[in-house]
Design a protein around this ligand. Structure first.
Ligand code: SAM
Length: 281
């Protein structure tokens, strides 16, 4: 396990992922009933953007820093407000901190809602456990996140979201994503799933989307954000979020948000976005 998220925290991919996460949570909060979020690859929860690892890549400067420096229209600003408020709330605990997915989720939970945060890296798990020590709404588990798609699904609340955000260190990560999504969907057909993936190898992404569309899962929305056109050397040109059972408002919201993210964080030439149904509605 070589991947450390602290090199990448707050980059364009985190921003896109965390905004999508927040829009789903805001939808879940519309009903009085409790929900649970299962974060299968949770990370450490908070990242110091002034730390050596963040400084080394400086990725957050082209991500959250650029978004915060961009003037957004009022409608998009209202949609992004819960995310930007969570980013500000994290900074209140430390001026150079950026929140990860479990911290953002926790920040948005009501007292009736719960978070299960899973992390396999021993050090990252310890940091996450320490972060949420004594918090009865959060359960931090040291486990292979892929196993939790069997062990923790469906949650007893029967409402909620599974966030799957693996490091994509291994060559078979796209296959695991499809298999994991099918496994979780069979166990919990009504649950929302949000699956993050990198857009680096276009053939692998096309094969992943085709495989998902052939699984029999009936509602799949695929979102993408490209910050530049593909070059000769493979690099992280964009990222995607595949949403199984998306809230009915999500596509309309992301149709408004994604072009603003492309403008804010993309290069002048070649930035683009998409929001397409791979299955349904
Ligand atoms: N979701 C986090 C966020 O948005 O703030 C970032 C997660 S980072 C992309 C991926 C994390 O998965 C890393 O912290 C890594 O240690 C962890 N990880 C890697 N393999 C794992 C596995 N099989 N099960 C659970 N966690 C794993």
């Amino acid at each position: 396990m070589n991947y450390r998220h602290s090199f990448h925290a707050g980059n364009f991919a985190d921003v896109m992922k965390h905004i999508t996460l927040v829009r789903i949570l805001e939808y879940l909060k519309r009903k009085d009933k409790p929900f649970r979020v299962i974060d299968t690859h949770a990370g450490t929860g908070l990242y110091d953007l002034s730390g050596a690892q963040s400084e080394k890549t400086g990725e957050w400067r082209a991500g959250i820093a650029r978004l915060e420096a961009t003037a957004l229209d009022a409608e998009v600003m209202a949609l992004l407000a819960p995310y930007l408020d969570a980013v500000s709330a994290a900074r209140e605990t430390g001026a150079t901190l950026y929140p990860g997915s479990p911290w953002i989720t926790r920040n948005l939970l009501r007292t009736i809602d719960r978070l299960t945060a899973i992390e396999l890296h021993p050090q990252d798990y310890q940091l996450l456990k320490h972060l949420f020590a004594g918090d009865i709404q959060v359960r931090v588990i040291h486990l292979d996140g892929w196993l939790s798609l069997g062990a923790h699904v469906p949650p007893k609340e029967k409402r909620g979201l599974i966030l799957v955000d693996p490091p994509f260190e291994l060559p078979n990560e796209f296959d695991r994503m499809v298999d994991g999504a099918v496994k979780a969907w069979r166990r919990w057909p009504g649950g929302i799933q949000a699956l993050w993936y990198p857009i680096k190898d276009r053939d692998a992404v096309a094969a992943y989307r085709a495989a998902l569309s052939e699984t029999g899962i009936t509602k799949i929305l695929d979102l993408s954000l490209m910050i530049r056109a593909a070059g000769d050397v493979p690099s992280l040109d964009g990222c995607g979020m595949t949403i199984i059972n998306p809230p009915y408002v999500l596509k309309e919201e992301m149709d408004k948000i994604l072009p603003c993210l492309a403008t804010a964080m993309g290069s002048a030439r070649g930035a683009s976005w998409s929001a397409d149904w791979l299955a349904g509605p």
